[in-house]
Design a protein around this ligand. Structure first.
Ligand code: FNR
Length: 366
């Protein structure tokens, strides 16, 4: 487990020092608003609040889980507490990173704990799907899931689905057999909401339908076009073969915009649109396409490692102002109205979606 902890630390280092983003976009450049010259609303009446899992949030932005339990866990603790203070101040939800290290090394719990600085924040714990696989020695069940949530007084649990990342790292957990059944059993007993989250390769409609059928409460599509875990593993690779594999799969996956459309079209689950969300216009597009939140990880890491709460808030405020402006310019007073404004889909995203869903019917019924 010492290895897990060192690995998490390396991930943060690479994310700060190297280009770890996909070489391809997340698809939102193919989604267009139609400018409205008569918005018939005042910009300052635009309401950005959203509801999610029974709670009300002031803004439609989710701080995606990144860390916890890293070496000398002060760094992870600082990152999580900094993000949590920003989330508390803005009344937006946040996740912590994988709590696998905490399950094995309970003494690292403090690096995930933020309740002292963020008593009211909607906090999401995090465990990995492979840990629930039937072929995983010492597989997790409801006991570990409860420990993850209750030790840090979280409100929900995210289960990350990351077969891409696991498959391109030498020490990866590539066991995925029986995960869906295990999650169904967990869901049947577990008293907290469960969010299934990808980590950069997107969720297809086939997967979304299965997740909905076992009672999963929400999906974070974690799509292609932002942080690429193959990229991170490329920098960590120890040999030629490993570097080649990670490089080959650098841009593997379903783009975020496409994944949002597939999941919205095929299920009624609340959606978090994460993966390369870097400005408020694309965030507004994601909301218009049916997401409840835009999720952000990488852009917040740099201010967070410095403990710069104001820096994190500044990045988020920029997004918020851009979302508000876009909503004004399409005449949407709130996120519900935003879902009804016309959208035009072009290019690669259109070609993909035309083969996968009834695009026109999806666009009518977001
Ligand atoms: C992550 N992400 C992540 N996800 C998860 O479920 N468990 C984890 O432990 C981590 N760890 C992690 C560390 C770092 C440094 C980053 C940048 C990201 C994935 C994250 O939640 C998100 O899905 C992706 O990063 C895509 O969003 P961005 O980075 O493109 O905004």
């Amino acid at each position: 487990e010492e290895l897990t902890i060192i690995r998490k630390f390396e991930h943060i280092e690479h994310c700060l020092r190297r280009n770890v983003q996909a070489h391809v976009s997340n698809g939102f450049e193919d989604v267009h608003f139609v400018h409205m010259s008569l918005p018939e609303i005042d910009k300052d009446e635009v309401d950005l609040s959203v509801e999610f899992l029974g709670r009300k949030f002031d803004y439609p932005i989710f701080i995606a889980g990144m860390t916890g339990g890293t070496r000398g866990s002060q760094l992870a603790g600082k990152i999580n507490k900094t993000l949590a203070q920003a989330a508390q101040e803005l009344n937006i939800p946040m996740g912590v990173g994988s709590q696998r290290a905490m399950i094995r090394k309970p003494e690292t719990w403090e690096s995930y704990y933020v309740r002292d600085v963020a008593p009211d924040v909607f906090l999401v714990g995090n465990l990995g799907a492979p840990q629930f696989a039937e072929t995983m020695p010492g597989r997790y069940g409801v006991e570990e899931a409860l420990k993850a949530v209750e030790t840090i007084q979280a409100d929900a649990l995210a289960i990350h689905l990351n077969p891409l990342q696991e498959s391109v790292q030498p020490e990866g957990d590539t066991q995925y057999r029986g995960v869906l059944k295990a999650l169904a059993e967990l869901k049947a007993e577990f008293p907290y909401p469960i969010i299934a989250k990808e980590t950069g390769a997107g969720v297809s409609m086939e997967v979304a339908i299965r997740l909905e059928s076992i009672g999963i409460d929400a999906i974070d599509v974690g799509g292609l076009g932002g942080t690429s875990w193959s990229a991170v593993e490329y920098y960590r690779a120890k040999d030629e073969m490993g570097r080649n594999l990670a490089l080959r799969f650098w841009d593997w996956g379903i783009k975020t915009a496409i994944s949002v459309a597939e999941v919205r079209y095929s299920t009624d689950l609340p959606i978090i649109a994460t993966g390369g969300m870097r400005d408020g216009i694309m965030m507004a597009k994601a909301l218009a396409m049916g997401a409840t939140f835009a999720g952000v990880a990488l852009p917040l890491l740099r201010p967070a490692v410095k403990g710069d709460v104001e820096g994190v808030i500044k990045v988020l405020q920029r997004y918020i102002e851009e979302i508000r402006n876009a909503m004004f310019l399409v005449g949407a007073k709130n996120v519900e109205e935003l879902r009804k404004v016309p959208l035009v889909v072009t290019g690669f995203t259109r070609e993909w979606l035309e083969q996968r869903i009834e695009l026109a019917s999806y666009l009518r019924g977001r």
